[in-house]
Design a protein around this ligand. Structure first.
Ligand code: ADP
Length: 796
């Protein structure tokens, strides 16, 4: 063992072996064994080639070293399995030198072993990293090329500028759009070669305000160098480099010239279509006027003819003329409405009105028609429905009238019910749900998609059996939609009505700021609170609707479905000492009808004093008169109207301001009172003059005639009139000009009531009349009811 050698070798993790020229081991350092191929110890005298097969063939090399021909010999990068960890290898270099001790040449050699595993591993890792880096570089180059190709091939113009606006990149599309070569664009300021000055300034500002995620848009017209006009939609965004916080702007421009041209064409086509549709509306409006004028004469004369003595056959013929005339008029109205709706010319009112009485009025108007078919008509308005709302009362009436008209038309037995309930409140808006429920022929689910489409009827045969135009539902849908509501047909499966149809619509209504007192409001409630009533009606829905109304006034209600139930209720009221203040009894009930029940009650001494009110229908007036003369104190019509029921109850119970006499309509005479109203009729058409004069005379008015506006003015110079019925279109001086002149002459001193009578049915015509100074408006053909209502209103 050579201590010096050991000391020299230890820091470098080197070991040594001393051998002679025939590879016999003479000496071994302590850690040598780990470099050997074999696991055996390396005993002195053994052949080194057994443990180090790398030495085989080196015999001459050893001789040369021993003889001094060669200083040393190196073997590099020998590898062995690590004896301490079989998954690892060690690497070592071997150097053979002569063991001459610096002086004597012997035949000994020193073989030095240096462990180079760590170095080798480092070298390998380095090689691997190198490989990875070149792979990455090649992927990067591919991606760069790919991106370059995309930029080159995109149809949109792409420009990249640096922070100060100098162009760094311009793709071929940008070169085409702006008409410059790439060389001319690069290095230029963006605003010098493009119309993007404004976008550039906005981008700069946004960047200065720290909006790093900015994305700006702008549409602009570009004129290329060659003078070609293009419309371009530009977007501009910011890209910031992560390394040096450098920022660039990227502009992408999309050529929208074709789109703009298409838009222009569309605009022009729309303008043409709109003007065509306007001409259609104008045509329809003037046609409607032209048809209404002779219709006025036909219907007016028919009405007069019906009041003359006619044979049965003649009466039938005239009735037919009237029905057909009414149908024709209805058709004209519907077509006019539809054309106005489709032309977007239906203007809505937004005025305060009483929702409850609006619904009640429509139902009341249609009730006689249904009742004469033997149908029960029910008007069930839930108590949470607001009384006063803002909206268009007339359009609401039109929708309910249409749906209810259909329900009555397509129902031959059972009932038609209008139900109104609250759907939701949002802020100042109440959404109200209306449903019109009938027990008629119904509509098969697969047919329902035909509804709400103009001129569409579920089944062609209905046209023959039921008549109609197929316009009503289409009009309803459009009206409801312009009122921001919804309309539909519900399935009646599982509802309390087993057959028939349920049409529904919802409408949002604004709440008015200060709504006045209504029949259901506290002032009325207090008078009725605590009263006890018995309602006798065989129809369950009708009972519930009346009960709902009565509970609104805090009346205590008991319900009876038949005469037997009613008697039983009366008896138990006696035993329980909870006496009724009155009983409302339906006239038409199976088994024992209302009158028979009334008689029975009056014949029973314990109940004889109970005031009875008959629930009747307009076509039952004869029976009603008799009944009220005998066992009934009073009557009211079904479906009940809240204000009428309240009147009747107050009269019957002797409360409030009601006068305690019988129902005034029973005592009213058929002959109209004579009126002293001085009326002037301005009308140029002789037949229409005749119709109006006859109608007015029948209503008890006397009337003078002027044939045009000029004559009106002349007559007014000679005498005064209380009211002028003014046709609008007349020769020489028309109704508008005549009215303006009258108002000019009157100034503030006097005011003659002027009512327009015109066949122009548009809302604008009404506005025109009011603007000319007229006070009111009736549309032709004028009916007895209409003229009577207007004269009663203004005659006072
Ligand atoms: P019209 O009643 O004038 O034919 P509408 O548009 O009001 O036109 O109705 C279209 C069709 O819808 C009717 O012809 C009828 O077939 C069907 N319909 C409407 N309402 C009802 C209903 N309550 N019951 C059954 N069918 C109905």
């Amino acid at each position: 063992m050579r201590p010096l050698l050991r000391k020299l070798l230890a820091p470098r993790q080197m070991e040594y072996l001393i051998i002679d020229r025939s590879f016999q081991i003479k000496e071994v350092s302590v850690g040598m064994k780990r470099f050997a191929e074999t696991d055996d110890a390396l005993p002195e005298g053994s052949d080194a080639r057994d443990s180090f097969p790398e030495f085989i063939g080196l015999e001459e090399v050893l001789d040369d070293i021993v003889q001094g021909y060669r200083a040393s010999f190196e073997l590099k990068g020998i590898t062995r399995g690590d004896k301490t960890n079989r998954f690892q290898a060690i690497y070592f270099d071997v150097t053979i030198i002569a063991d001459d001790d610096g002086e004597l040449l012997g035949d000994r050699l020193i073989v030095l072993f240096e462990d180079v595993t760590e170095r080798m591993e480092l070298e390998q890792a380095l090689v691997q990293r190198g490989n990875e880096a070149s792979l990455l570089l090649s992927a990067l180059n591919t991606a760069h090329d790919y991106l370059g190709k995309i930029i080159i091939s995109i149809a949109d113009a792409l420009l990249v500028t640096n922070a100060s606006g100098k162009i760094k990149t311009a793709n071929p599309a940008a070169q085409t759009i702006f008409g410059y070569s790439e060389a001319e664009l690069i290095g230029q300021h963006i605003s010098a070669v493009t119309p993007l000055q404004e976008l550039w300034q906005r981008a700069q500002q946004a960047y200065e305000f720290g909006q790093a995620d900015l994305l700006l848009h702008m549409e602009t017209n570009c004129v290329t160098r060659t003078g070609r006009q293009t419309a371009i939609a530009f977007s501009c965004s910011l890209i910031t480099s992560n390394e040096d916080d450098r920022h660039d702007f990227i502009y992408i421009g999309h050529d929208i010239t074709e789109r703009k041209q298409a838009e222009e064409k569309l605009k022009a086509a729309r303008a043409i279509a709109e003007s065509a549709s306007q001409s259609k509306s104008l045509f329809l409006a003037s046609m409607s006027h032209e048809i209404r004028t002779p219709m006025n004469a036909v219907l007016g004369m028919t009405e007069l003819l019906l009041d003359t003595p006619l044979s049965m056959e003649q009466h039938d013929f005239v009735e037919n003329i009237r029905t057909s005339g009414d149908a024709l008029l209805n058709l004209i109205n519907e077509i006019l409405d539809l054309s106005k709706l489709e032309a977007g010319e239906m203007k809505l009112e937004n005025l305060e009105f009483d929702l409850r009485s609006c619904v009640e009025e429509v139902v009341e108007l249609l009730a006689p028609q249904a009742q004469s078919k033997g149908l029960e008509i029910i008007n069930w308005i839930k108590n949470d429905v607001p009384d006063r709302v803002l909206g268009d009362r007339n359009r609401l009436r039109q929708v309910i009238t249409n749906l209810m008209g259909n329900a009555i038309k397509f129902t031959s037995e059972g009932e038609v019910m209008v139900r109104v309930e609250m759907r939701s409140h949002h802020g100042n808006t109440d959404t109200v749900h209306f449903s019109i429920i009938d027990t008629g022929i119904g509509i098969a689910p697969e047919q329902r998609n035909k509804l709400f489409v103009p001129f569409s009827q579920v089944d062609a045969s209905t046209t023959r059996k039921y008549g109609g135009t197929g316009l009503g539902l289409a009009i309803c849908k459009q009206i409801v939609e312009i009122m921001h509501g919804e309309i539909g047909i519900a399935s009646n499966l599982g509802s309390d009505v087993e057959r028939g149809s349920i049409f529904w619509f919802t409408l949002p209504f604004q709440r008015p700021n200060n709504s006045g007192l209504q029949p259901g409001n506290p002032a009325n409630i207090t008078r009725m609170v605590g009263k006890r009533l018995l309602v006798v009606d065989d129809n369950a829905n009708s009972r519930s609707a009346i009960a709902e109304l009565l509970t609104r006034w805090q009346v205590q209600v008991d319900l009876a479905a038949s005469a037997t139930d009613a008697i039983a209720a009366l008896r138990s009221s006696l035993t329980e000492q909870r006496f009724y203040d009155s009983a409302l009894i339906d006239l038409e009930m199976p088994d024992l009808d209302g009158i028979a029940l009334g008689r029975q009650i009056k014949a029973t001494p314990e109940f004889a004093s109970l005031p009875l009110i008959l629930l009747t229908a307009t076509h039952q007036m004869d029976i009603t008169r008799q009944a009220v003369g005998t066992c009934f104190r009073d009557y009211t019509f079904k479906p009940v109207r809240s204000s009428r029921l309240l009147d009747v109850l107050e009269r019957t119970l002797g409360i409030g301001n009601a006068d305690n006499t019988a129902n005034p309509s029973l005592t009213s005479t058929q002959t109209p009172p004579k009126s002293n109203l001085r009326i002037l009729l301005a009308e140029d058409n002789p037949t229409n003059q005749k119709v109006a004069v006859k109608l007015l005379e029948k209503l008890g008015y006397r009337v003078e005639i002027a044939v045009n506006g000029q004559e009106v003015l002349t007559r007014l110079e000679q005498k005064t009139y209380d009211l002028i019925l003014m046709d609008c279109q007349m020769p020489i001086v028309d109704g508008y000009a005549a009215t303006q002149e009258i108002r000019r002459r009157e100034g503030d001193r006097s005011h003659t009531i002027i009512i327009a009578m015109t066949a122009n049915a548009m809302k604008e015509d009404r506005d025109k009349c009011i603007a000319a100074g007229m006070d009111d408006y009736v549309s032709k053909p004028i009916s007895k009811d209409q003229i009577q209502a207007v004269l009663q209103k203004w005659g006072n």
